[in-house]
Design a protein around this ligand. Structure first.
Ligand SMILES: [Zn+2]
Length: 467
């Protein structure tokens, strides 16, 4: 018999009554009603808590967890030099495993139940295997977007672009055989950035993805190659299976083209504003008919905190709107963009961007059970804000995440991750950080360079020794 779970007496987001019960049957939400009695069901007491759908992170490079914080003061140019062309060249499969595993656990801990992992650290088939294994071990809903990006390597395993395409095919027919985009762990592809490869190679990547039924994502519209959308459109490649990330330098017309194509956008507010990509496109995306979604992007720079991303994006978008009025010499009388918008971008709109709108993103009977309980016990909820959505968007923190259920399985209970023994994980994460720090330090010595990475290599050693 399918196991039943009853989440009792919480304030369920999206349900009219002040309190409601949720009945789960296995991985599926069976009912949401004012009061449900279910004999034999396991009961989770949610009284005094907010019950919300899990967040959907539509863009993250989980492989960068081992180099947490190194990019704190870096621009995009420094990031590319020091990480994509620096640290990345020393990643071993075990670094990919522990980075991906810890990153996924960190996401679950913070109330993120679904995530698009943009994996462009594939130096060998073993690196791919390590990433996928880590995702399976973590147990979150994730799309593994395999990258084709060619990491500089003295002895490359993949000798050319075709070899990388063939590897993606092997992964699709091997580890991901028989899977579909709606499975708990599914596969997609991450296109190589425009400007690094010819449009013919981009075409080959897109055509392979479509042949293998794999959703597509890619970095889009940064200043070095602002016209990626037009390149795709001119090449007849733009499509509804594409999740375009950033788009800060994409024109309004290009955003409309994405909307017309049925594609989606992912905004990563914190990295975009820090690294010089430009203002997040929230307002322009909405004007173009797109619903924005949010990504954390990298914890090598910012936190894995979706609450923070919602806040940053919402208030920046409001500031941009307000500025338009202020420039006319008047004060804004009303605010258009609401906390509800920001909440939807982080949940149901993210689900739509993953092509899973009918499966996740809201607490609705028939959908998969990806559910988060937030405790209101903290002093920062004293007294609680009357509006649960406002509470989530503007007051709540990852430390409020009390329980996380993914596909019907409890992954966090009573504030603690389930099935993850932290001491050995911490040791492995530190060992990985130390290896990477030493490797980049060696590389800098060899080249006589004293780039920023060298300084950070020292800082990582000090930080790990201190704890
Ligand atoms: Zn990215």
């Amino acid at each position: 018999m399918t196991e039943k779970t009853l989440i009792k007496g919480g304030h369920v987001v999206g349900f009219d009554a002040a309190m409601a019960d949720i009945l789960l049957e296995g991985a599926v939400i069976k009912a949401v009603e004012r009061e449900i009695s279910a004999d034999g069901a396991r009961v989770i007491d949610a009284s005094g808590m907010i019950v919300m759908p899990g967040f959907v992170d539509t863009h993250r490079h989980l492989w960068q967890t081992s180099i947490r914080g190194v990019a704190a003061d870096w621009s995009l140019v420094e990031y590319i030099r020091n990480i994509r062309l620096g640290y990345a060249t020393s990643y071993r499969p075990e670094d990919v495993y522990i980075s991906t595993y810890v990153g996924a656990l960190e996401a679950i801990d913070a109330g993120i139940t679904s995530l698009c992992d943009y994996c462009h650290i594939i130096r060998s088939p073993e690196h791919t295997e390590a990433a996928v294994l880590a995702l399976r071990d973590a147990g979150m809903r994730v799309r593994f977007h395999q990258g084709f990006y060619d990491i500089p390597d003295e002895r490359p395993v993949f000798t050319d672009h075709d070899a990388r395409l063939e590897h993606a095919r092997a992964v699709r027919t091997g580890m991901f055989a028989g899977t579909s985009p709606s499975d708990l762990i599914s596969m997609g592809v991450a296109l190589t950035e425009f400007g690094l490869v010819s449009i013919d190679k981009t075409r080959a990547e897109v055509e392979l993805a479509r042949e293998l039924d794999l959703p597509i994502t890619m970095h889009m519209g940064t200043l070095s190659t602002p016209d990626g959308v037009s390149r795709l459109r001119n090449g007849g490649l733009l499509g509804p299976d594409m999740l375009h990330v950033h788009c800060n330098a994409s024109s309004d017309e290009e955003l409309r083209q994405i909307a017309d194509s049925g594609g989606h956008v992912s905004i990563t507010p914190e990295t975009e504003m820090q690294m010089g990509m430009g203002f997040p496109i929230t307002n322009r995306a909405l004007a173009a008919g797109l619903r924005p979604t949010f990504g954390i992007d990298i914890v090598s720079d910012c936190s894995g905190d979706m609450f923070a991303q919602m806040r940053l994006a919402l208030q920046t978008a409001r500031a941009i709107d307000n500025e338009r009025v202020l420039k006319t010499g008047k004060m804004p009388v009303t605010i258009d963009l609401t906390v509800r918008d920001a909440f939807d971008f982080a949940t149901i709109d993210g689900a739509a961007a993953m092509g899973l709108r009918d499966q996740i993103g809201s607490i609705t009977p028939g959908k998969r059970a990806d559910i988060v309980l937030l405790t209101m016990d903290g002093i920062h909820h004293m007294p609680p804000s009357p509006d649960p959505i406002a509470t989530i968007v503007l007051q709540a923190r990852p430390s409020d995440v009390h329980t996380v259920i993914i596909d019907g399985a409890e992954r966090k209970r009573d504030g603690k991750l389930v099935g993850a023994e932290l001491a050995p994980i911490r040791r492995r994460a530190r060992a990985s950080a130390e290896h990477l720090a030493a490797a980049i330090s060696d590389a800098a010595t060899r080249t006589g360079g004293t780039n920023t990475a060298t300084v950070y290599a020292g800082a990582v050693t000090q930080a790990t020794e201190a704890h």
